[in-house]
Design a protein around this ligand. Structure first.
Ligand code: URA
Length: 427
């Protein structure tokens, strides 16, 4: 297959044919299309875009590069289990998968949550869960099936044979400045979720400084593109556009986010994390045929926590083990009296990353204890000299760089509006 034709066509702003798309994706996956050729095509796509047909064909070609999982035969106590999953486009302090997965599973819905590790300033769900002593992310397809049937909740790593074209393409995009493209992001996410075999999917599309999409218009276009891809593939798909201008909850990092998730599962936790967890749970339960289920009830009565304990135990973790604590903590003090008017999500994410919570290249290990916690939410009163943020790390030498990343990230004003809902719109 000669990739020059599609490269030049896209450079000139023409639509690619289905054969061109299938040829170039299959060729890149098997190594006959070289990385420099693919990166040239990717940059042309970033600049020229793709139409809906091209995006659908590109997504299909990535799905066809690997296996498709099938959970249609899941049965518990003689009843067929419905499957529902959630995907977030990634944000700072976004630990929602941790409380959400067991919460939805506590209603008898199977949640096959294939998750990733973090790269850059947004943390990875698997990295967070790996701070629980003993917990393992790697399950075989058989283990995943069994856990879905018995427990309902699974959060695990995608196997190498699920959309391998996307894995290879994403690694190339990451080092060629070609991540930020709605067609490429939509096809990347949806190829994995469709191949995963879930019957229904709720997308949490983040908007704001800590997200890929900085504006509501871009987030809406990404959401509409992904909902159309899912729907056309037979997956019941909806999306919430949610605010990521300030980080979610009160923590960003690994163990600190598990601790906060446990607060939510115990019926407490920060208001915004609870709001978003419940909003996404209602979408998933509705799509799974349970429109009258009340997820807040299962946070209050312990059913969601029981489901969490079963999920962690099934993957080798000890739900009663104390979470690891950092060797060093450093407080950042408020420099004024007033109300918290700004806490920039991107800056907090970068600080957590610099403290050791994230990686700068694939395969690096991350620190379980590293992260940032903050002690006021948007609009809360603060007093000069009070601890506003706390940096957590095992490596003291990382603190100055994290402090530099936070420079200018906090705003304190005498009057601010009430915090709005995290949920901005539904698609
Ligand atoms: N997440 C993905 O899985 N793919 C992208 O391209 C961006 C975010």
């Amino acid at each position: 297959f000669d990739p020059i034709g599609p490269i030049v066509a896209k450079k000139d702003g023409d639509a690619l044919s289905d054969e061109q798309i299938r040829g170039v994706v299959a060729g890149f996956t098997d190594g006959t299309v070289a990385p420099e050729q693919m990166s040239s095509l990717l940059m042309a796509i970033v600049l020229r875009g793709m139409d809906r047909r091209e995006i659908a064909t590109w997504t299909g070609a990535m799905i066809d590069s690997g296996i498709r999982m099938d959970f249609s035969g899941l049965v518990r106590s003689g009843h067929r289990l419905r499957t529902a999953d959630k995907h977030s486009t990634g944000g700072v302090g976004d630990k929602i998968t941790l409380p959400l997965t067991p919460l939805v599973a506590s209603f008898g819905v199977a949640v096959p949550q294939l998750s990733g590790r973090g790269l850059g300033h947004t943390g990875g769900t698997l990295d967070k869960l790996e701070s629980i002593p003993g917990w393992r992310a790697d399950l075989t397809a058989d283990q995943m099936h069994r856990q879905l049937a018995e427990v309902g909740a699974v959060v695990c790593a995608a196997t190498a044979d699920l959309a391998p074209a996307d894995r290879k393409l994403y690694a190339l995009r990451d080092v060629t400045g070609t991540v930020a493209s709605i067609p490429l992001i939509a096809s990347s996410i949806m190829s994995k979720k469709i191949a995963e075999g879930t019957e229904s999917l709720v997308l949490d599309v983040k908007v704001g400084s800590g997200a890929f999409m900085k504006t509501l218009d871009d987030a809406r276009e990404l959401a509409e593109t992904m909902v159309a891809l899912g729907t056309d593939a037979g997956v019941t798909t909806s999306a919430l556009l949610t605010d990521m201008s300030t980080p979610l909850g009160r923590s960003a990092g690994n163990a600190v986010e598990v601790t906060e998730s446990l607060d939510v599962l115990a019926g407490g936790g920060p208001d915004d994390v609870v709001e978003l967890t419940l909003a996404l749970a209602r979408e998933m339960l509705d799509a799974a045929g349970l429109p009258d289920a009340d997820p807040a009830e299962h946070l209050r009565n312990g059913r969601a926590m029981d489901s969490w304990r079963a999920m962690i135990t099934a993957q080798g973790g000890d739900p009663d083990a104390p979470m690891p604590t950092p060797r060093h903590r450093h407080d950042v003090l408020a420099d004024d009296d007033g109300r918290l008017a700004e806490l920039d999500a991107l800056a907090v994410g970068q600080a957590a990353w610099l403290l050791g919570a994230g990686r700068s290249r694939p395969g690096e290990s991350v620190s379980a204890t590293a992260g940032v916690t903050w002690h006021a939410a948007f609009g809360d009163p603060v007093r000069r000299g009070q601890p506003l943020l706390t940096l957590h790390t095992d490596d003291e030498t990382r603190i100055p760089a994290a402090l530099a990343a936070l420079d200018g990230a906090v705003g304190i004003e005498s009057a601010v509006g009430r915090p709005g809902s995290r949920v901005l719109a539904r698609v």
